[in-house]
Design a protein around this ligand. Structure first.
Ligand code: FEO
Length: 394
C-alpha cells in the first residue's frame, strides 16, 4: 500500500499490482496496474474516494489503521466496477457510520453486485455537493467513460478532480506523480484503446469539461496522478479525435506464409508511398500492440488463411475486437489464401459492418500469390494511397 500526501489533507491511498499480467482477461499488461483510492480530510468530515480491488481489501483496510484514519464519514463510489467498488462492503463494516455517496445508476449497480444496503447509500445528482467542512466535494456525473454509472468527484477548494477510470493508465510507480515518458504514454494508450476508445465521443466531451475547470491536478483511479493535466488531456484529445493518422494496420494469420508474403508485399508498397504500416501476427502477437495501432489507424487490411470453409478463428477474434473497440478507421480490405474452397471474407466483412468502413476489393488466392495477384496488391496500395490523400492524411 502507498499512503502519500497529494495536497494538504488529500492522500493517495492505493497500491501497485505489479503481478497482474492481464486486465479484463483481454489485454496483456506490460507492468501490472495500480488501484487508486483517495482520502480527503475536511475540518468536519472525512471522505474516501473509490476503494480497492477485492483481492487487496485486507491490506487496504489495514493501511487506514497504520495511517491513523480512524473515522470515515463518506465513501464516494465514482463507479460500480469491482476494481474500485469491491472493498465498499468491508469498508462499511470497518466504518459502520459511513455512508456511500454515489449517483442513482451506480447505486443500482453496487446494490445488485455488492449487496450494499439501500439505507447506506446517499444518491446525489449532477453538480450536487457535500461539505466536509473546509473542503467541498462536487459530483460531475460522466456516463460513458466508461460505464453508464461513472462520475467524477471535484474537490473544489483544492481544484483537483478524481476522474475514476477516465484519464487513467495501467501503470505502476514508486512516486504517485506522473513523470511523462514513452513508457507511460504507451501504457495509457493501450488502456485508452481497450477501455475508452469505444466511447471516444464522450471522451472528447469530458476532456473539454476537465480543461474548462482548469484543474490543478487529475487524480485517476489507475496510473499516476497528473500534476500537469494538459499532458494526459492532450493525449486523450489526440486518441479520441475523429481523424486517423496516415497508418494502415495489417493484422494477419498465415499457415504456409502465402498470406504473410502478400501482407509483407503490401506493407512494402505502402511504405514506399509514405504510408506507415503496423503488421500484427494475430496468433503470436501481443493484443495490446494491435489495440494501440487501432487507436490511430485509418485503414485496416486483414490477412487470413482459410481454415476448413472460413477464415482462421484468430481473424474472427480480431474482427470482433475491432468491431467492439470502434476505432476511427474509415477503410478496410481483406487478403487471404485458401487450399480448396470456402468463403474467406464474408463473415469478417459482416463482423466489421458496424464500423461502416469503405471496403476496397479483397484479394483471395489459391496457395501462393501469382504475378496477377501481386498486380492486384499494387492496385490495393494505389487505392489506399488515393483514399488517404482524399482524407487529407498527406
Ligand atoms: Fe477500473 Fe471500470 O474499472
Amino acid at each position: 500500500m502507498i499512503f502519500k500526501k497529494i495536497k494538504e489533507d488529500i492522500l493517495y491511498a492505493g497500491m501497485n499490482d505489479g503481478g497482474r499480467l492481464i486486465f479484463d482477461e483481454l489485454i496483456p499488461l506490460d507492468k501490472g496496474t495500480s488501484y487508486n483510492s483517495y482520502v480527503v480530510k475536511g475540518s468536519d468530515k472525512t471522505a474516501v474516494i473509490d476503494t480497492m480491488y477485492p483481492k487487496f481489501t485486507q491490506e487496504y483496510l489495514k493501511s487506514f489503521d497504520e495511517n491513523g484514519i480512524t473515522k470515515v464519514d463518506y465513501i464516494i463510489a465514482n463507479h460500480g466496477e469491482q476494481d474500485h467498488s469491491g472493498s465498499i462492503p468491508a469498508m462499511l463494516e470497518k466504518f459502520p457510520d459511513a455512508i456511500v455517496v454515489t449517483n442513482a445508476t451506480c447505486a443500482g449497480n453496487i446494490k445488485e453486485m455488492l449487496f450494499v444496503p439501500a439505507e447506506k447509500i446517499k444518491i446525489i445528482k449532477n453538480d450536487e455537493e457535500i461539505s466536509l467542512g473546509n473542503k467541498t466535494l462536487q459530483f460531475k456525473i460522466a456516463p460513458g467513460v466508461h460505464w453508464p454509472d461513472t462520475m467524477f468527484t471535484y474537490i473544489k477548494e483544492d481544484n483537483v478532480i478524481c476522474t475514476c477510470d477516465f484519464l487513467g493508465a495501467h501503470y505502476i510507480f514508486d512516486d504517485v506523480f506522473a513523470v511523462p515518458s514513452k513508457e507511460l504514454e504507451k501504457s495509457a494508450k493501450k488502456y485508452f484503446a481497450e477501455i475508452m476508445m469505444p466511447f471516444s465521443t464522450m471522451c472528447r466531451k469530458y476532456v473539454q469539461m476537465v480543461r474548462d475547470l482548469k484543474v490543478e491536478m487529475v487524480l485517476p483511479s489507475h496510473g499516476p496522478v497528473h500534476k500537469n493535466p494538459d499532458y494526459i488531456l492532450d493525449l486523450y484529445a489526440d486518441w479520441a479525435g475523429e481523424k486517423g493518422k496516415n497508418l494502415v494496420a495489417l493484422p494477419y494469420v498465415s499457415m504456409y506464409n502465402s498470406t504473410k508474403d502478400m501482407i509483407d508485399y503490401l506493407a512494402d508498397k505502402l511504405d514506399k508511398k509514405g504510408i506507415s504500416t503496423v503488421k500484427y501476427d494475430m496468433v503470436n502477437g501481443n493484443l495490446g500492440d494491435l489495440a494501440i495501432a487501432l487507436v490511430d489507424t485509418t485503414t485496416i487490411v486483414m490477412g487470413t488463411s482459410m481454415v476448413l470453409t472460413g477464415p482462421h478463428p484468430a481473424a474472427f477474434n480480431t474482427a470482433y475486437l475491432a468491431s467492439v473497440l470502434r476505432p476511427k478507421a474509415k477503410i478496410a480490405s481483406f487478403i487471404g489464401s485458401f487450399g480448396w474452397g470456402g468463403n474467406l471474407f464474408g463473415k469478417m466483412a459482416e463482423m466489421l459492418a458496424p464500423l461502416k468502413l469503405d471496403i476496397i476489393e479483397p484479394i483471395q488466392v489459391k496457395g501462393q500469390a501469382k504475378p496477377e495477384d501481386y498486380a492486384k496488391l499494387d492496385n490495393m496500395a494505389d487505392e489506399i494511397y488515393k483514399k488517404h490523400k482524399e482524407l487529407g492524411l498527406f
